[in-house]
Design a protein around this ligand. Structure first.
Ligand SMILES: Cc1cc2nc3c(=O)[nH]c(=O)nc-3n(C[C@H](O)[C@H](O)[C@H](O)COP(=O)(O)O)c2cc1C
Ligand SMILES: [Fe+2]
Ligand SMILES: [Fe+2]
Length: 404
């Protein structure tokens, strides 16, 4: 897609990746974009680059506006490969440019590029760069989501360039939130924000609150939030800010996700009356079979609901591998403010449900005990037991949810 002027003199010059369906292991059914921005001021300034395979596209977009050799400053807000890996291509065209990057960013990109012939300046929170009519200000956001991460603010344009934060994996001909809400829908955009947050930012809620407070304390007026993925927030930047604050503060739906796997459908047969029991208490319920669902979608569904029930058969004394994988994945994301329980079918000694509770303990999640397990296939009486188990769990979710 061609360059787009997002505000007078500030251009999106990024690339749309329509085809990517697996973004470092995360399902991206809508593809994604790598956004970077060119500011046409006395000193021409590029903010971020794009994934290496898309270098030609951003160079073409830049060249449609100005000779890339005239780029004076390159700001690298985040060194991850999807944003910094075509830096060498840009530097080949603009060898005199100076790179502005956080100290940790500088140490990181040394592992990717030979910096000896490049001008590189480390910047920290509060440092500014005057590029003509504009003065850009940097704010480090370490661990949002890498140690090097920072954001750049242009007061002149009232734009906050936020790298991955506030981004979404959405490939679209639309560049802006309002355009996408028209071409697609507000619900799809919100879903993409939640998906991104759940899979990338879930561990960093506390830091998100601190950094949003810092942005507010600095008095950054914001007309536009320009992330490095997906739609640019120009119609309603406040919406994504409040979504982030809500999620960081533990907001979730008063509902339950049943996340399970099964070999011979016994655990699955338990999931149905459990779901009915949850519904009987008036809660919504999502049922997710792990081998039929991409991991990142299962994580998103977990994150959306206040409660989750994890179902697993026992295989060789322990959790079924896809369930173990899910729980390992989840543990790395350090979930908070969720209530959980486990169920499953076994043949003889069991072990899966016990292991699930061990995992819950490691995560420090509130767990409803005991779990519900039955040998082999559920009988009619077991189905009633499963219904009651679901019902009781739903009641506990309702109680727990009152705390938010
Ligand atoms: C390869 C294999 C290994 C198993 N290992 C165990 C085990 O170590 N302990 C146990 O209690 N049951 C074990 N089982 C029995 C299953 O847990 C039992 O068949 C259960 O009902 C399967 O639930 P599902 O229909 O939801 O897959 C094993 C089953 C298979 C196929
Ligand atoms: Fe990243
Ligand atoms: Fe990224």
């Amino acid at each position: 897609m061609k360059a787009v002027e997002i505000k007078q003199g500030v251009f999106w010059v990024g690339a749309v990746d329509w085809a990517v369906r697996d973004f470092h292991g995360y399902e991206t059914p809508r593809g994604t974009t790598y956004n970077n921005f060119l500011i046409m001021d006395e000193e021409i300034t590029l903010i971020d680059t794009v994934k290496y395979d898309f270098a030609d596209l951003t160079i073409k977009n830049i060249a449609g506006i100005v000779d890339p050799a005239r780029i004076k400053n390159i700001i690298i807000n985040h060194i991850e490969n999807d944003h910094a890996s075509s830096l060498d291509r840009i530097m080949a065209l603009a060898p005199q440019a100076t790179i502005y990057i956080s100290d940790k960013g500088r140490k990181g990109i040394e592992r990717f590029f030979d910096l000896s012939n490049w001008n590189v300046k480390s910047v920290k929170t509060g440092d500014t760069l005057c590029i003509g009519a504009r003065t850009l200000e940097f704010l480090e956001t370490p661990m949002l989501h890498w140690p090097d991460s920072m954001v750049t603010y242009s007061r002149h344009d009232r734009i906050l360039f936020t790298q991955d934060a506030f981004g979404q994996h959405v490939a679209s001909a639309s560049r802006f939130d309002d355009e996408f809400e028209k071409s697609d829908s507000a619900a799809e955009l919100e879903d993409a924000v939640v998906d991104y947050y759940a899979n990338i930012l879930m561990p960093f809620g506390q830091m998100i609150k601190t950094k949003i407070a810092e942005i507010q304390a600095k008095g950054f007026d914001i007309d536009i939030i320009a992330p490095d993925h997906g739609l640019i927030w120009r119609a309603n930047p406040g919406k994504v800010l409040s979504m982030y604050m809500d999620m960081a503060n533990g907001k979730a739906n008063e509902s339950v996700a049943i996340i399970y796997d099964t070999m011979w459908q016994s655990t699955e047969k338990m999931a149905v009356p459990i779901a009915e029991g949850i519904r009987a208490e008036g809660l919504d319920c999502r049922v997710v079979k792990l081998r039929a669902t991409p991991m990142s979608v299962a994580i998103k569904e977990f994150w959306k609901s206040r409660g989750a029930l994890i179902g697993s058969p026992t295989l060789n004394n322990i959790l079924y591998p896809s369930v173990a994988e899910f729980l390992t994945h989840l543990r790395g994301l350090r979930p908070k403010n969720r209530i959980v329980g486990a169920f499953g079918s076994y043949g003889w000694g069991g072990g899966a449900v016990r292991d699930a509770y061990e995992e819950f303990k490691k995560m420090g999640l509130q767990a409803v005990e005991p779990g519900f397990q039955i040998p082999y296939r559920p009988s009619r009486a077991d189905e009633e037991g499963a219904f009651e188990f679901g019902r009781n769990f739903a009641r506990q979710v309702i109680e727990y949810h009152k705390g938010f």
